[in-house]
Design a protein around this ligand. Structure first.
Ligand code: C2E
Ligand code: MG
Ligand code: MG
Length: 720
């Protein structure tokens, strides 16, 4: 119900105005006051809808009254009509300044009084509606903001929960290497307190070996601004168990698109790896005898061939077939036949050495890959022992059974250079043994005449080639994984054979080693490589280490120290830029004198690398006895990195052991970005391979170095 206040010191006016006001609408209340102060006291407690006041009053005029009303509680918005005498312009002004809303002229026209009062009442009501709408809207707005915030908070919390509970280690580091966050799963696996890690050096979360590689990889992401292809890593958990994780590192950018941190996520694939290795075992073994099958035999043959690249490595492949087994199997029944095959497998395994591979090719066919033999007679002896051990009677389920076998033998490198050729040869030799009545062995006999003729021609061409200087060197760059810079090259020999073109060493080096031509050839290589390396230095290239391959024959027939000293003196090369690549065979052949030679070379400042490491039979603890600087992991291990778990393990172990002995480790034959990343993750120091560049002529190598190939990760691989 509206309330109107009438303020006038004269009773008559007060009564008239009160009556007029009361007639405005039904239910309206009128409060009349003669004293302004009494009116102010009342309005301090109540809020009227309209005030009509006289101007001229004793004690306090209408303007002063309005000013005080406005200043009081609830008085700011009440419409106030001031009644003034017509001429009182200055009074009106004062009343306006004090906050009056409207004026009525005295003597008051009743009609005008009613119209103005009604209008102001209406206006006041509308304003009130608007005010309350505005307030409502404001409240709604606040409510919805509050609920949005709550939702956001909620979803953030849920996200954090998800991050904490996904079965993956998730963490981030900033550019200074400080940990930004670690999820609960990672804290659980590593047995760390996330609250203690945040803001601290992130590397303290892991063991020392893991620490360095993790830092190097983070740096790669910061520098390239791209994610790394995922790689596998072994992590020791809080219980000391080794677990395999598939790890990805990717950049996190700030608002300005600058890489602000690196996010690392690692998925536990331990079980998958175990399942894989079970499947792999099944795929590579014969179920009945648990011997390697044909596939595994082929792999092992391939590796042996890789070991034999230098032509001074011999091995034998024996095929054996049980004589008349099929008939026995039919008569005895398959169950007993199976028992017999298992017994045969056992005896073969006991007859061969641990380093040999005994495989079952199917049915009654077995094979033995005999490694580490120095003479043809070693293979003959093994075949003889196999025949003898099978001749001993077998006792199977109460029966005594006699067996014989036919064995065929082929030798590498004498007979063949490829897996298929070797398998064919051994098979042919085995059939020859069968044809001769079985229970015997035969060697594969090659077409000796043709081979001998080709060897003679090659030798003549080689001699002429040396005399006519048909040889050139190509250089393959080597990159440091920490800096991404080219820090060395390997000099690789090429023969420009007339009518044939550029020939790679695999085709002529084995013969050159056999007939001794390797000695003058390699002397030339050493001098030429030193001269080229010195030339690069004079041209102002950064220091480039130059590696030269040495042959075991040189250590047998030549004064290696004199040769090296002469090359250095002639060319003026800084000896610390020369590196000699030796094979494990060189170390093993004449250990005492070789060690003395190597110590003298080391004293000159020359670096010494073990080439094709892992294919020979020396161990790292053996290498400790020599002043070696570096080991080069053979490419056969790198090729199957990431696909063959045993190679991944071997490579990791070689790197770890090498570092324990203070040796640098370089991987050769790196062809893919995956191999590159895995090696970087495993802490390898340097790489060489087609991924970086194939061997190239000296001029091109110089261009490569001058271009300053930094990490070839983003551009060359085209990832991200
Ligand atoms: P090495 O010392 O192990 O040299 C590495 C071989 O691997 C080189 O073959 C090189 O071209 C090749 N290679 C490099 N990166 C990759 C890659 O990513 N993938 C693959 N599949 N192969 C790669 P190359 O030039 O045919 O040399 C073969 C071997 O000949 C050398 O093996 C070394 O043992 C011998 N050799 C080369 N030059 C000389 C020399 O001047 N003296 C002596 N004694 N032996 C040499
Ligand atoms: Mg080499
Ligand atoms: Mg090599």
């Amino acid at each position: 119900m509206p309330v109107i206040v009438i303020l006038d010191d004269r009773v008559t006016n007060r009564n008239i105005f009160s009556r007029l006001a009361a007639s405005l609408e039904d239910g309206l209340t009128v409060q009349a006051f003669g004293d302004p102060q009494a009116a102010l006291d009342w309005t301090a407690e109540h809020t009227p809808d309209l005030i009509i006041t006289d101007y001229k009053m004793p004690g306090m005029d209408g303007a002063e009254f309005t000013r005080r009303l406005r200043a009081g509680p609830g008085g700011a918005d009440v419409p106030v009509i001031v009644i003034t005498v017509y001429e009182d312009r200055s009074f009106r002004l004062r009343a306006l300044e004090a906050g009056a809303t409207d004026f009525l002229q005295s003597p008051v026209d009743h009609q005008e009084f009613l119209v103005r009062a009604r209008n102001l009442l209406k206006l006041g009501r509308q304003q009130q509606i608007i005010r309350s709408r505005a307030m409502m809207l404001e409240r709604e707005l606040k409510d919805s903001e509050r609920s949005r915030e709550a939702e956001l908070r909620d979803s953030r919390e849920r996200l954090a929960q998800v991050i904490d509970t996904v079965p993956a280690m998730i963490s981030a580091v900033d550019a200074a290497g400080r940990c930004q966050f670690v999820n609960a799963y990672q804290a659980e696996v590593l047995g760390i307190d996330p609250l203690r890690c945040v803001g601290k050096d992130a590397t303290t979360m892991f063991g020392p070996a893991h620490r360095e590689r993790s830092q190097a990889l983070d740096r790669m992401v910061f520098e390239s601004g791209r994610a790394l292809p995922s790689f596998e890593e072994e992590v020791i958990d809080r219980a000391g168990r080794a677990r395999v994780f598939l790890t990805t590192k990717s950049p996190l950018r700030d608002a300005a698109q600058v890489v602000a941190s690196v996010l690392t996520t690692s998925l536990d694939i331990t079980e998958r790896k175990q399942a894989e290795s079970r499947l792999r075992h099944l795929a590579h073994h014969d179920v009945l005898t648990n011997l390697p099958n044909r596939t595994l035999l082929r792999n092992r043959l391939q590796r042996e061939l890789a070991r034999g690249r230098r032509g001074d490595h011999m091995f034998a492949l024996l095929f054996l077939d049980l004589d008349r087994f099929k008939g026995m199997n039919d008569v005895l029944g398959h169950h007993l036949g199976d028992r017999l095959l298992q017994a045969v497998a056992k005896r073969l395994r006991e007859t061969a050495r641990d380093c040999d591979t005994v495989a079952r090719l199917g049915g009654d066919e077995f094979a033995i890959l005999q490694t580490q033999l120095s003479r043809r007679e070693d293979a003959e002896n093994l075949a003889q022992r196999v025949i003898e051990t099978l001749a001993e009677p077998f006792h199977c389920e109460g029966q005594e059974l006699g067996l014989t076998a036919s064995v065929g033998i082929t030798l590498h490198p004498a007979d063949a250079n490829g897996v298929d050729e070797l398998l064919r040869n051994a098979d042919m030799a085995m059939y020859r043994a069968k044809e001769e009545g079985g229970n015997t062995f035969r060697f594969y006999v090659a077409d000796m005449n043709r081979r001998a003729f080709e060897a003679v021609r090659l030798e003549a061409d080689l001699r002429a080639g040396i005399a006519r200087e048909q040889f050139v060197l190509h250089y393959q760059p080597q990159m440091n994984l920490r800096t991404g810079r080219i820090i060395g090259v390997e000099a690789l020999l090429r023969w420009n054979r007339p009518g044939i073109g550029l020939v790679r060493p695999g085709e002529f080096l084995p013969l050159a080693e056999e007939n001794g031509l390797i000695v003058p050839l390699n002397a030339w290589v050493l001098r030429e490589a030193c001269a080229q390396a010195a030339r690069w230095q004079r041209l102002g290239l950064p220091p480039l280490r130059c590696s030269v391959n040495l042959s075991p024959v040189q250590f047998r027939k030549q004064d290696v120290i004199a040769l090296v000293v002469a090359a250095i003196e002639e060319t003026g090369l800084d000896p610390t830029l020369l590196d000699l690549e030796l094979t494990e065979n060189i170390l093993m052949e004449n250990a005492e004198s070789v060690a003395a030679t190597l110590r003298e070379l080391q004293a000159l400042g020359i670096g010494l690398s073990i080439d094709d490491f892992g294919t020979g039979y020396s161990s790292l603890s053996y290498i400790k006895n020599f002043p070696i600087t570096r080991i080069k992991i053979d490419q056969s291990f790198i090729r199957h990195l990431k696909t063959d778990p045993s190679d991944t393990t071997i490579v990791r172990a070689i790197i770890g052991l090498g570092h324990n002995l203070n040796l640098d480790v370089i991987a050769e034959g790196v062809e893919t970005v995956e191999q590159f990343t895995q090696l970087a993750a495993d802490g390898c120091d340097e790489i060489q391979g087609y991924y970086l560049s194939p061997p190239v002529p000296a001029e091109e190598l110089r261009r490569l170095v001058e271009q300053g190939t930094s990490l070839p990760l983003p551009a060359a691989a085209g990832i991200g």
